[in-house]
Design a protein around this ligand. Structure first.
Ligand SMILES: [Zn+2]
Length: 131
């Protein structure tokens, strides 16, 4: 089998309002035609549903990076879809992927409907663990 590889997989919501923003961002930061894409309502909200696809992407295309994009006003969250909750789910998913030790980098973003990508980091003060 030929060695087919790409840089990354992007996991994001199916919402039509964000696709153009993600396409433009990904072409710029990941390289055109250099990433797998998975669309799932809520993005990283239901981590276990997306993990299987991430593992396939890793096994088939030897990705180096997982990019998780959750977005503002996500209908899949319903009433619980606060910015804080949506970001917390990104952090949880990042921790779970890193725990698998597959050697992939994980980047997480909160995408606003105006196209602004806000990087969500576990090391932001709100999430620093207290000793
Ligand atoms: Zn959504």
């Amino acid at each position: 089998m030929p060695d087919i590889s790409c840089n990354a997989i992007i996991v994001s919501c199916i919402d039509f309002r964000i696709q153009e923003h993600i396409n433009a961002w990904a072409d710029t930061y990941l390289g055109e035609y250099n990433f797998d894409r998975m669309l799932y309502a809520g993005g990283a909200k239901d981590f276990y549903h997306v993990m299987e696809q991430i593992e396939l992407s890793h096994d088939l295309h030897h990705i180096k990076k997982v990019v998780l994009v959750n977005h503002e006003d996500c209908g899949a969250y319903g009433d619980e879809g606060t910015e804080e909750k949506i970001k917390a789910d990104l952090i949880k998913a990042e921790e779970k992927i890193e725990a698998l030790e597959q050697g992939v980098d994980v980047e997480t973003y909160y995408l606003k409907l105006d196209g602004t990508f806000e990087e969500v980091s576990r090391t932001s003060p709100r999430f620093v663990k207290k000793d």
